[in-house]
Design a binder for this molecule. Structure first.
Ligand SMILES: C[S@@+](CC[C@H](N)C(=O)[O-])C[C@H]1O[C@@H](n2cnc3c(N)ncnc32)[C@H](O)[C@@H]1O
Length: 223
C-alpha cells in the first residue's frame, strides 16, 4: 500500500512549518513564495513514486529539508553571477531551495542515481526555475568549474573535499574564498580534524530555534 495514503501528512504541520520558514526569510518575493508553496504538493507526489525523502518525513519538508538547505546561506550569500554545484543532490537538496532564493546564481545539480535527478528536474520545471541544470553522473566525472560546491548527507568531509577540489574556479568573486560548503549533523570533530586549520563550522541552532537544528552544522572548507 502507498505509504502516503496509509499515513496522510498532517497539513497543519506543513502549513505551520511553511510559516516558520517564511518568517526566517521575510525578504522573499511573491514569485519565490509561490515557488516554495508549490514544493509540498510536488515533492509529496513525486516521493510517492520515487523515494527522495523518507516517507515518514514528508510532512517536515519545509523545516527538515527546505529550511535546512537554506542554512547554507548563513555561511555565505552567493554573489550575483556565481556558479554552484550540488554534489549528490538526490531530489534537489540543497540545490533547489538555494536556486529559488538566488535566481541570479547558476546551480548545477549532480547525482549518480538517474531517477532521483528526474525528480529534481520535474520539480524545477514545475516551478519555473531557470537557473538550474542537472546531470546524472558521479561527481567524480563532472569536470566543470564552479565558485562553490555544496552538499548535504552524501559522504564524509574528506571524500567531498577530494572530489570537489577539481571543480573549484581560481577566480574569486564572493565574500569567502571559493570552496566547499556542506550541511552536516551530529558529532563532527573527527571529520573536521584533518581540515581544522582551514575549516569554519557554524551551528544552525544559532540561527534557527527549532529543535531539529540543535545538532546541525554548516561546514565551509576553502579549496
Ligand atoms: C542520502 S542522499 C542525500 C540526497 C540529498 N543531498 C538530500 O540531502 O536530500 C545521498 C545522495 O548522494 C548520491 N551520491 C552518493 N555518492 C555520489 C557520487 N559520488 N556522485 C554523485 N552522487 C552521489 C546518492 O545517489 C544519493 O542520491
Amino acid at each position: 500500500m502507498d505509504n502516503n495514503i496509509a499515513n496522510p501528512p498532517n497539513l497543519s504541520i506543513v502549513n505551520c512549518q511553511l510559516t516558520i520558514l517564511k518568517g526566517y526569510f521575510p525578504e522573499l518575493t511573491d514569485e519565490q513564495k509561490v515557488q516554495i508553496d508549490a514544493l509540498f504538493d510536488l515533492y509529496s507526489d513525486w516521493n510517492s513514486k520515487i523515494n527522495v525523502i523518507s516517507r515518514k518525513d514528508i510532512e517536515n519538508l519545509y523545516l527538515h529539508h527546505v529550511l535546512h538547505s537554506l542554512g547554507i546561506l548563513k555561511m555565505l550569500k552567493f554573489k550575483k553571477g556565481s556558479t554552484v554545484m550540488d554534489i549528490g543532490t538526490g531530489g534537489g537538496f540543497p540545490g533547489i531551495p538555494l536556486a529559488i532564493l538566488h535566481p541570479e546564481v547558476q546551480f548545477h545539480l549532480v547525482d549518480s542515481i538517474g531517477k532521483k535527478i528526474k525528480v529534481g528536474q520535474a520539480v524545477a520545471e514545475a516551478i519555473g526555475l531557470k537557473n538550474v541544470t542537472f546531470r546524472h553522473c558521479r561527481a567524480e566525472e563532472e569536470k566543470q568549474l564552479f565558485d562553490f560546491v555544496v552538499s548535504r548527507a552524501v559522504m564524509p568531509l574528506a571524500d567531498l573535499v577530494k572530489i570537489a577540489r577539481k571543480n573549484i574556479k581560481k577566480e574569486q568573486q564572493n565574500a569567502l574564498p571559493n570552496g566547499l560548503i556542506c550541511l552536516k549533523g551530529g558529532e563532527l570533530q573527527h571529520e573536521i580534524l584533518p581540515f581544522r586549520k582551514q575549516a569554519v563550522s557554524l551551528s544552525l541552532s544559532d540561527h534557527f530555534k527549532e529543535e531539529f537544528f540543535q545538532t546541525k552544522k554548516v561546514v565551509y572548507v576553502p579549496l
